[in-house]
Design a protein around this ligand. Sequence first.
Ligand code: NAD
Length: 482
Amino acid sequence: MESKVVVSNFINGEFVSTDNYIDSFDPSTGEVWAKIPDSGEKEVNEAVNAAKAAFPKWANTPVLERSKLMLKIADLIEARQSEFAELESRDQGKPVWLSKSVDIPRLMHNFRSFATAVLHHVNRSSVMEPVNAVNYTVNDPVGVAGLVSPWNLPLYLLSFKVAPAIACGNTVVAKPSEMTSVTAWKLCEIFKEAGVPPGVINIVFGVGPRAGEALVKHPDVPLVSFTGGTVTAKRIREVCAPHCKKFSLELGGKNPAVIFDDADFEKCLSTTIRSSFVNQGEICLCTSRIYVQRAMYPKFVEKFVSETKKLTVGNPKNEKTFMGALISKEHLAKVKGYVDIAEKEGATIACGKEELNLEDSIKNGYYMRPTVITDVKDDSRLMKEEIFGPVTCIVPFDTEEEVIRRANDVEYGLAATLWTQDASRLHRVSRCLQVGTVWANCWLVRDLNMPFGGMKNSGMGSEGNFDSMEFFTNQKTICVKL
Ligand code: NAD
C-alpha cells in the first residue's frame, strides 16, 4: 500500500506540523492519498504574526531585489515542472498534459510577469496650471495580505495572488483549497530554496469555515483577495465589511458563447468544445450556454455532438485523455444532478449518458462524459446556475437584440465568447454584453496587462489591473503648491 503524503503548514519559513489532519482524495481513483492540516485560529494567528513581523523589512526591500527573488522562484519551478504537473494532476484530477501545457507555464509566467511589471511602474502626476500646484501619486504596500484560493486551477490562481502581492511589498498568508493542498505545499519548498525571507510568504492549510474565515477576519490582515464561489463570497463580504478591509472577489460565472451565422464554423466549433469541456468544465471561464443563430444551428449541433462524443475521458496520466476526473464525489453528484433536472424538464440529452469504460485501477474515480443538452428553456436552472462541470446547453436565436437580452439575463457576468466576422457587430455586441471579459473569435487568451474581473455576482475589484497597482497598494495623492 502506498504511504500517504503528509502536508504541513509553512509558517515563518519553516514547515510546521499540526494536531489534527483531514483526508485529501485523489479524484482519479477515489482513494485518500494525503493528510492535510486542519488548521484553525491558532495556526492562522502564528502565520499572521510572522507575516506582520516580516512586513517592515520586506516593504523596504529595494524593488529590484524583490523582483530578482521572484524570477528565481520561477526558474526553480521551471527546473521541476514535470513534477509539479504530475502532482497537480493527482491533486485535482486534470490530465497531466493540461497541467504541463497550461497551469505550470502560467504559474511561472505569473511570477515573471509581476516581477518585471513592478520595475516599470510609473506614478501619475498632474500640474494644475491656474493655481500652480503639482500633484502626484505614490503607492505603498498595504501590509499582510490574506489570500484565499479555490481548487480548480490550484497553482495558477494561487500564484496570481501571491506574485503581485509580494511584488508590491506586502507579506502574505495564503489559504489554498483543502481539496488541492499538496501542490501548494510543494511550492513552499521552492520558496525556501529561493531564499524568500521567513514570514514573507506563509501558507496555512485547512477548511474554509475554520482556517479561511480565521484569516479573512483577522484584525491584522487589512487586505483580502478571494477567488471562489459566490455563496462563500457573501460570507467574506460580511466578515470584511465592518473592518473596512480592502477586498477583491473573483467569483463564479454562467458564461455564454454567442455564435452568429457568419462565424468561422470550424474555429468556433473546436474552440467552443474546448471552452465547454477542458479541465472537466471546471474553469470559472468555461462556456455553459451556447447561443447559435438559427441558420447555423442544426449543422452546429450535429457537429458539436459528434465531435464531443469523440473526446476521451479517463486516466489523467494518459497523454490521450482529454478529460480527467472531477474534483470530488459530491461535486460529481451535483453536476450529474443538473443532467437529471434536464431530463425531468423534457430537454434532450444529445450526448453524455453513454457508459464509461474505465480501467480497473480508476473505476472508483469521479468521472463523467462531456454532456450536451438541447431543447432547454431559458428559465431552466441549467441556463441560470453555475454548474462548474462538463455540461453545456445549446439553444438557437434569431436576432442580435434578442441574443444580447438572453445572454445578459443571469445573475453572473464573468466572461463571454462572441463569434462573428462582421467587425462592427463584433464591437457593438461586445459593448452590450454584461461581463468582465469578452473573447471575440477566441477564448482564454489572457493578457496580464489588462484588467480581469467580473460584473454582477461574478465579483468585484480587479486585482489583475496591475498597471495602476491599485489593489495591492494603498495609493496616496500628494499635492504641492508651487
Ligand atoms: P469555494 O468558495 O467553496 O472555496 C474557495 C476557497 O474559499 C477555498 O479555499 C475554501 O476553503 C475557502 N472558504 C470556504 N468558506 C470560507 C469562509 N467562510 N471564509 C474564508 N474562506 C472560505 O469555491 P471552490 O469550490 O473552491 O471553487 C469553485 C468556485 O470558484 C466556482 O464558483 C468558480 O467559478 C470560482 N472561481 C472563480 C474564478 C474567477 O477568477 N472568477 C476562478 C476560479 C474559480
